[in-house]
Design a protein around this ligand. Structure first.
Ligand code: ADP
Length: 268
C-alpha cells in the first residue's frame, strides 16, 4: 500500500495528515511549531508513522504547505495554504454539501476564501497584520484569565445576559481591558463571551470582503472552540459547517494533492 502525507507548518502548530491511495484519512498528528519548524515537523511525521505502523519508504509523496512550507526539504512539492485549505475543505465537507466560503482562523492570521461551484478559489481576504481575530488573541485572553484555550467554549455558554463589549482589537490593549473588566467584577464567563463576539464581528467583516454566501465552512484551531462558533453563527445569521478535525483541513488538502501529483507523475 502506498501512503501520502500533507504537512502544514503553521505559525503556531504543525499538522500532519497521512492518506492512502483512495485519499482516505488514515491518521493525523499535531504539535507546536516552536522555533525549529523543520526539526519538529520531521519528529512529528516520525511519531505519526510509528503510531500508524507505516514505514517512511511507503510514503511515496509529500506535499508541504503553510507558513514554513519551504523549510521542509523532504517535500516533493509545496503549495499555498489557500489552495490546500480549499481542497481539504471540499473533501471534508463532501457529505455535507457545497462549500462556497471558507473561514480559517489560524494562530496568527485569519482568512475568508470564496469558491466557485467547481471548487476553484475565486477570491480571498486575509488579516495577518495584527493578532485581532486570530488564535493568538484567544491565547492571550485565556492566559490572562488563567484558563486553557480548550476551555473557552465551556465558559462562553455559561455567560449571563447580553455579551459584554470588548472593544480592544489589539491583543496588548485587550489584556489591559480584561484586567479592567475583572476589576469591575465581571465574571470570566462574561468576558470570554464578550471576546468571542468581538472576534466574531471582525470575522464577519472579513467574510463580507469576499461576499457572504450560504455554505460556510469554518476551520483552523479556533474552530474547535464551540463558543466562538456560536458567536460567529449569531453574527453571520447562519449555521457554519465545522469538520470533524478542524485543525487539519489544510494538511488533509495537501495530502490529497500529494495523491493527485503522484498519479500525474506516474502517467507523464
Ligand atoms: P496555524 O496554522 O497558524 O499554526 P492553527 O490552525 O493550528 O494555527 O490554530 C492555532 C490556534 O488554535 C491557537 O492559537 C489556539 O488559539 C487555537 N486552539 C488550539 N487548540 C485548541 C483547542 N483544543 N480548543 C480551542 N482552540 C484551540
Amino acid at each position: 500500500m502506498k501512503y501520502f502525507a500533507g504537512i502544514d507548518i503553521g505559525s503556531t502548530s504543525i499538522k500532519i495528515v497521512v492518506v492512502d491511495e483512495n485519499k482516505k484519512l488514515i491518521g493525523y498528528k499535531t504539535s507546536a511549531s516552536g522555533s525549529m519548524f523543520y526539526k519538529y515537523a520531521q519528529e512529528t511525521l516520525e511519531l505519526l508513522l510509528k503510531e500508524l505502523e507505516i514505514s517512511i519508504e511507503n510514503v511515496v509523496y509529500i506535499v508541504s504547505t503553510g507558513y514554513g512550507r519551504k523549510l521542509y526539504k523532504e517535500a516533493n512539492e509545496n503549495i499555498s495554504e489557500i489552495t490546500a485549505n480549499a481542497v481539504g475543505a471540499i473533501a471534508a465537507a463532501s457529505e455535507y454539501g457545497e462549500i462556497k466560503t471558507i473561514i480559517n482562523i489560524g494562530g496568527q492570521d485569519s482568512k475568508a476564501i470564496s469558491l466557485d461551484s467547481d471548487g476553484n478559489v475565486t477570491n480571498f481576504a486575509m488579516n495577518d497584520r495584527c493578532a485581532a481575530g486570530t488564535g493568538k488573541f484567544l491565547d492571550v485572553v485565556a492566559l490572562k484569565l488563567e484558563i486553557g484555550v480548550d476551555e473557552l467554549g465551556d465558559y462562553h455558554f455559561k455567560a449571563q445576559g447580553t455579551p459584554l463589549s470588548v472593544s480592544s482589537t489589539c491583543a496588548v490593549f485587550a489584556e489591559s481591558e480584561i484586567i479592567g473588566l475583572l476589576g469591575n467584577n465581571h465574571s470570566v464567563e462574561d468576558i470570554v463571551c464578550g471576546v468571542h463576539y468581538s472576534i466574531a464581528k471582525r470575522i464577519v467583516k472579513l467574510v463580507r470582503r469576499v461576499g457572504i454566501k450560504e455554505g460556510i465552512y469554518f476551520d483552523g484551531g479556533p474552530a474547535m472552540n464551540e463558543g466562538l462558533v456560536n458567536a460567529i453563527e449569531n453574527e453571520l445569521g447562519q449555521r457554519l459547517f465545522i469538520p470533524n478535525y478542524p485543525q487539519v483541513t489544510t494538511s488533509f488538502g495537501a495530502a490529497i494533492i500529494a495523491v493527485d501529483s503522484f498519479n500525474y507523475e506516474m502517467v507523464n
